[in-house]
Every structure is written in C-alpha cells, then in structure tokens.
Ligand binder design. Structure first.
Ligand SMILES: Cc1cc2nc3c(=O)[nH]c(=O)nc-3n(C[C@H](O)[C@H](O)[C@H](O)COP(=O)(O)O)c2cc1C
Length: 368
C-alpha cells in the first residue's frame, strides 16, 4: 500500500512530501485509529524491556526530527512504535534555514537535510504535551536543541537550553540533548569537552531542583569513518557525560561528511551542506554503539539510530549494544509498515537463534 503512496509523495519535493505525510498521519490518528490498529499492531512479550525506569513494549522508536512539534504521537503509537522522541525543540520558535533544505538520494536510499531546527518553540510544545498528559500510554522522549540564532552563545546558549529543559522535562520520559546537530546557525555544536561540561553542569543543576529525576541522554554525531578508530576527543566527551551522571546515549545524529555514497559527486555538490542520513551511516553508527557499549560495560542504555531500514539492521544494532533503536530515513523510503516488519523480524531472528528476550541480545556482539 505504501508503494503507491510513496510514488505520489516522491513526485513532490521532500519537505512538501513530509508535510503531506504528516497531515495524512494526523487525519488517520484522528479519524481512523482502528484501521491503524488493524494494519500495524503487533506485540510480542519477548520485545518488552524495562529501561530508564520505563516499560518499553518494543524497542522500535521514532527518531527526532520527524515529529518536531509533538503532533504525531498518537499516530506513531498506533503504527506500533515502542516510543517516540519529539523535537528537536528549542526555547524560541524558529523557522529554520531557507528552503530548499531537504534532499533525497534515492540511489542510496538516503537523505540530506539542513532544516536548521525549525520548530514552534518550547512553550507551544509544552502546551501540546500537557494537553496529552495521561493519554499517552508509552514513553515519549523530548529532544532539546539550542535556539537557531547565532547571537545566542556562551552563557546565553546554556541558559537557552536550560529554559527548554525547565519547560519540557516535566512532560518527558527522557530528555535527549541534541549537542551534535550539524545544521546550527553558528556552525558549532556542543561536542567539545568544555562546552559539553558547562551544558551538562547547568542541566543537571536544573534537574536536581525538580521533583522528578528525568533521565538525561546525550546524542552524538557519527564518527567519520566506517572503522571506528579510537578517538581521544570522543573519550573525553564520554568521560564528561558519565561524570555528570548522564543516563544514556543516542548514537547517532546525521553526518556532515559524504562518506560511502553511490550518488554522483556532481549531485552531491549541487545539494551543498547538510546532515546525511540513511544506510550510508549504518556501519559507523553501529561501530559507535559497539564502542559505547564496551566503554560503559553495558551499564548505560544506548539508543541506536542511523541507517536502520530492516529487522536485520535493527538486530545487528541491538547485538552491538543498543537497548532501543530508532528510525527516520527508513520510514521515508519504506513507510510506517517498517515498524511492524522490524518487530516481526526481531521475534523471528531471536527464535532462530534461541533467544527468549530482546534484553538478552543487547550487546552480545559488542566485541565484533
Ligand atoms: C529531515 C531530518 C530532520 C532531522 N531533525 C533532527 C532534529 O531536529 N534533532 C535531532 O536530534 N535529530 C534530527 N535528525 C536526525 C535523526 O534523528 C537521526 O539521528 C538520523 O537521521 C539518522 O537516522 P536515520 O538514518 O534512520 O534517518 C533529523 C533527520 C532528518 C532526516
């Protein structure tokens, strides 16, 4: 069914297609929830896990960026996700970068985007989440980023992050700090040890003043090559994160480089800058999950994301050390049926290998 819809969507520009798909999803969640149930629901006890103090009915989640403004949570629950990460949300609303800012690379089943953190702002997302509180029966993470404005820097940048945290942490099952967005207005990220240290110190101070100890996760960029080479800068980021008591990691965000593409360099050059997502990220995102799992001795939950577009991809990422996985680009190319097919495939793969529960698979190939 998605293949016909996809042909229509792919006749449109990527961002228009996203808006049409989102409107269709909003219509479906409002008017045809039972139809969604019958099409997409699939549950199996072997997929259940308790992570970050929450119950996840299955490990397949929606990655940040698809539902930036928290409008599609019921749709993705009905489509069978085990959790959703909304955002990135910033303290101030932002229109993001000039269009066009999203591009398909069909030959690689990949995307390049430089959306630039367009979102309606933390206060509006807070209102939306508050309205749904108590009705959302599964974990919802909120991904935070700094407002897309280069004049907000230094102390002001940290205050900006903290403002979003104060507004949204009370409604989140976890907060993800997007410290690795490749599309910031100032061209910088928080992925250097000093900036990350200052940010985490401030965020953890905010958290200590709250009634509830919401889990805080840090989202990293992918390494530059397929073979993850020991990188002392990355080790410092890890030490800083663990030193501040970060509860989990998300690996990975999109890539700024153009490694591993089949698409011609003329096409790539014409597109210009932006974050690359989809299968070209797969090997290095898996490599980073493995590295994180080994470094943390499997004690800190990892959400694996980047190039997952089949049950086999998801299984490999879980074996590498991810407790949960997320999809974005795979959904664009394969549609929401991907979520169910990953879950069914995971159950089949576990059965073939004699595993009774997904939690027993996490990290079993982290040494590979
Ligand atoms: C159009 C687009 C927008 C995105 N926006 C965000 C964002 O706002 N915040 C964020 O942390 N990640 C964002 N991402 C990155 C995804 O969450 C994910 O980390 C990345 O795309 C790799 O996964 P994939 O290969 O399954 O797409 C975005 C990705 C795409 C394609």
């Amino acid at each position: 069914m998605y293949s016909a819809f996809r042909s229509a969507l792919f006749a449109l520009g990527p961002e228009t297609a996203h808006n049409v798909a989102s409107l269709t999803a909003r219509f479906a969640q409002q008017w045809t929830p039972f139809l969604l149930d019958s099409m997409y629901q699939y549950a199996h006890p072997s997929l259940h896990q308790e992570i970050l103090g929450k119950t996840f009915a299955n490990p397949v989640g929606l990655a940040a960026g698809f539902d930036k403004n928290a409008r599609l949570i019921p749709f993705f629950r009905k489509a069978g996700c085990g959790f959703v990460e909304v955002g990135s949300v910033s303290a101030r609303k932002s229109k993001g970068n000039k269009k066009p800012r999203a591009f398909r690379l069909p030959g690689d089943e990949a995307l390049i985007n430089r959306m630039g953190l367009n979102n309606v702002g933390a206060a509006a997302v807070q209102r939306r989440l508050a309205m749904q509180a108590g009705q959302i029966a599964f974990p919802v993470g909120v991904n935070l980023a700094k407002t897309h404005d280069p004049s907000i820097e230094g102390e002001a940048a940290i205050a900006d992050f903290c403002e979003s945290f104060r507004l949204l942490a009370p409604y989140a099952d976890y907060v993800a700090l997007n410290v690795s967005c490749p599309n910031t207005a100032e061209g910088k990220t928080f992925e250097d040890p000093n900036s990350l240290d200052a940010l985490l110190r401030a965020i953890m101070r905010e958290r200590a003043e709250m009634k509830r100890r919401v889990p805080v996760l840090v989202k990293f960029s992918p390494p530059h090559t397929d073979r993850f080479i020991l990188d002392s800068l990355f080790d410092e980021l890890l030490l800083v994160s663990l030193g501040h008591g970060v509860n989990g990691f998300i690996a990975t965000n999109t890539a700024s480089d153009r490694e591993g593409l089949r698409t011609s360099s003329a096409v790539i050059e014409k597109i210009g800058r932006g974050g690359l997502s989809g299968p070209p990220l797969k090997a290095r995102a898996t490599g980073l999950v493995r590295y994180l799992y080994r470094k943390t001795k499997g004690k800190v939950p990892i959400i694996g994301v980047g190039g997952i577009s089949s049950a086999e991809d998801a299984y490999e990422r879980i074996k590498a050390g991810a407790s949960l996985i997320q999809v974005y680009t795979g959904l664009v190319y394969k549609g929401p049926g991907l979520i169910r097919s990953i879950k069914e495939g995971l159950v089949r793969l576990m059965k073939e290998e004699g595993h009774s529960s997904i939690s027993k698979v996490v990290g079993i190939k982290s040494e590979a």
